[in-house]
Design a protein around this ligand. Sequence first.
Ligand code: A2P
Length: 338
Amino acid sequence: MKGYNFAIVGATGMVGRKFAEVLGERHVPVKSVRLFASNRSAGSTLDCLGSPCVVQELTKSNVRAMKGKIDFALFSAGAGVSEEYAPLFADIGAIVIDNSSFWRMHEDVPLVVPEVNPEAAFTHRGIIANPNCSTIQAVVALKPLHDRFRLKRVVYSTYQAVSGAGMQGFYDLRDGVSGAPPKKFPKPIAFNILPHIDVFLADGYTKEERKMIDETRKILGLPALPVTATAARVPVFFGHSESINAEFEKPCTLQEVRQCLSSFEGLTLADDPERGIYPTPLSAAGKDDVFVGRVRLDDSVPSGVNLWVVADNIRKGAATNAVQIAELLIKKDAEDAK
Ligand code: A2P
């Protein structure tokens, strides 16, 4: 089988490290991996697919030197780096799969969750955006219900892990439990909850909440869907949890909802409260599926459903989703070559 050359930009970060791990676990046909990060970690060595690999500084000349030698560039180094370097990697012939928010809402950049809108991946012009972590798990749960009952309105409330803010977010919780002041978050996160993820916008929403609203509409192809969100950071290391309240056009029964959820690829129904079965961040951590439980009809509206949705934000919410996008393109490449 043909092998592919990968670059990982932000290779020393929380998601960057996971890219390499997931590529190995999923047996993606990798021929080579080049690691890029800032000058702070240039020259350091990381284990990559079982071999030591030296981290290179991300500079324009280092990227240009790779012309024609990178098939896929997986990015997770922040919006500024993606803005500057994603077009450069596309120019040297790579397909960029970008985990930052920078390109997500650009009209000619597809925003892809492979279980939900795989066809969008094939419309790329060199850059594909990986959605916001909370949005990925939400749309995996909503898609089968939308296909059957037609979404009318969505209300999100999130409980998001500190690892979503990268290594520094992780350290703020780890060190905060023994009283260290936060460096990444605006207030202590240990023994606390912050209704504040990313910056506040003029309308009082946070940028994280706005991302969930806009990206849900784009991925589901429903630009006018009424969606609202409240996003909170909680003292959990890995795994985002969400309460989702969804209203539908068509009537639904609890049995139909459960059947729809349990038969959708990438979604695991973990819903048997009498036996203590419902998803939690700890039970989802380290797994690639999205888990849904506490499924209930919302009888305050004609056709409504309440869901509790949990996923590992570094895996399905970031690295796994990006690798799955690469797998879609690799599969298409193999089919085209036949
Ligand atoms: P570095 O470790 O050299 O700072 P996280 O999201 O976990 O905080 O990780 C961010 C990732 O993005 C790290 O790999 C970090 O590298 C990388 N990064 C941050 N700024 C830059 C930059 N200006 N150029 C290249 N990589 C960067």
